[in-house]
Design a protein around this ligand. Structure first.
Ligand SMILES: NC(=O)c1ccc[n+]([C@@H]2O[C@H](COP(=O)([O-])OP(=O)(O)OC[C@H]3O[C@@H](n4cnc5c(N)ncnc54)[C@H](O)[C@@H]3O)[C@@H](O)[C@H]2O)c1
Length: 312
């Protein structure tokens, strides 16, 4: 199949491309503008393992002004992962970039897809659309984002819905993804870097906030399973991980894995982030045969190993 992946140089997108290419069954077209400063340095590192793969083509372009007609020619599946992620930076003036990419960019891509004979259009959404919740959250839970980021992704979901009579949409809601290549603004990456450099750990909130943490390999297996899945068109599906933990638990595990003691400095309160997330993944299990396999300790060990080499 011919598969177009937007956000191909990013954390999740690069792992997805690698996974799709490894199957040997697909031609993969990656689209990315390397928008974050960090990606201009590490982006090439993300894609270096498959950049020269004979079935891969990288298009460096912004989703807002790319020639979609040409890029999408004969495409069977589109994975739309390009986005401006991150809750904290969505407050203030930076929201402009969230609106441009997450809303306008998504609409332009959907518009271009609406005249094609696509098999599936997969939109990467987020647990942030739920807001503050208690207990396990299924896909039909009330949606109440707490931050501008969640608003931009929920608007992306709504756009998918209004195009769904012409575009075969599938919405995936990812719950905090971690592992090698994780973005440097994400908590695990920051904690590991600080421990490796013997710097104080900057903790936002009091550490009792808990998350459903999804290891990248599990996330990508669920995402790639969409290719052959039946009965997924029009569905919204939670992709959560094997284990939940508090941020304090995670720091304790990282102390064990790095052999270093954390000097924790509280660096502000949470703003626009829920206290807890917990995915009900029974729908992913039923439709995608999804069962997350990687324990938090194993996943953290792999991220520590990756970042130890990266920061050498
Ligand atoms: N990482 C997570 O835990 C998580 C959780 C929920 C949802 N998501 C969603 O998954 C997707 C991927 O997240 P990630 O963590 O891999 O982020 P990332 O920043 O590593 O990847 C996003 C990629 O999109 C590209 N991009 C951004 N704007 C673009 C534009 N206008 N044109 C072309 N390329 C552009 C970036 O250069 C980047 O490579 C995002 O849509 C995000 O909202 C991620």
């Amino acid at each position: 199949m011919k598969i177009v992946v937007t956000g191909a140089a990013g954390f999740i997108g690069s792992h997805l491309c690698e996974h799709l290419l490894a199957s040997g069954d697909h031609e993969v077209i990656g689209v990315d503008a390397f928008v974050r400063e960090e990606l201009q340095i590490i982006g090439n590192k993300n894609i270096e393992g498959f950049y020269n793969h004979p079935n891969f083509q990288m298009i460096t372009a912004n989703i807002l002004d790319i020639d979609w007609h040409k890029t999408l020619e004969n495409a069977d599946i589109v994975y739309h992962l390009a986005g401006i992620p991150g809750v904290r930076s969505s407050w203030g003036a930076d929201f402009r970039s969230y609106v441009d990419t997450n809303i306008l960019g998504t609409q332009r891509l959907l518009e271009a897809c609406s005249s094609l004979a696509l098999q599936k259009f997969v939109f990467a959404s987020t647990s942030s659309v739920y807001g503050e919740t208690t207990g396990q959250v299924s896909e039909d839970r009330k949606l109440a984002p707490l931050a501008p980021y969640g608003i931009s992704k929920l608007t992306g979901e709504h756009l998918c819905r209004v195009y769904s009579d012409r575009v075969p949409i599938v919405i995936l809601r990812y719950f905090t993804v971690y592992g090698p290549r994780q973005r440097s603004d994400m908590a695990f990456h920051r904690f590991i870097r600080q421990l490796l450099h013997n710097d104080p750990i900057t903790l936002i909130g009091d550490g009792s906030q808990s998350r459903d943490f999804t290891y990248i390999k599990d996330c990508v297996e669920a995402t790639a399973a969409i290719v052959n899945a039946a009965n997924v068109i029009g569905e919204t599906i939670n992709i959560g991980g094997k284990e939940r933990a508090t941020v304090t638990n995670v720091i304790q595990s990282l102390e064990l894995l790095t052999g270093k003691q954390a000097n924790i400095i509280q660096s502000g309160m949470m703003h626009g982030e829920p206290m807890h997330t917990w995915a009900d993944i029974s729908k992913a299990n039923k439709l995608l045969n999804y069962e997350p396999k990687i324990s938090l300790m194993t996943g953290l060990a792999r991220e520590v190993e990756y970042l130890s080499h990266y920061y050498k």
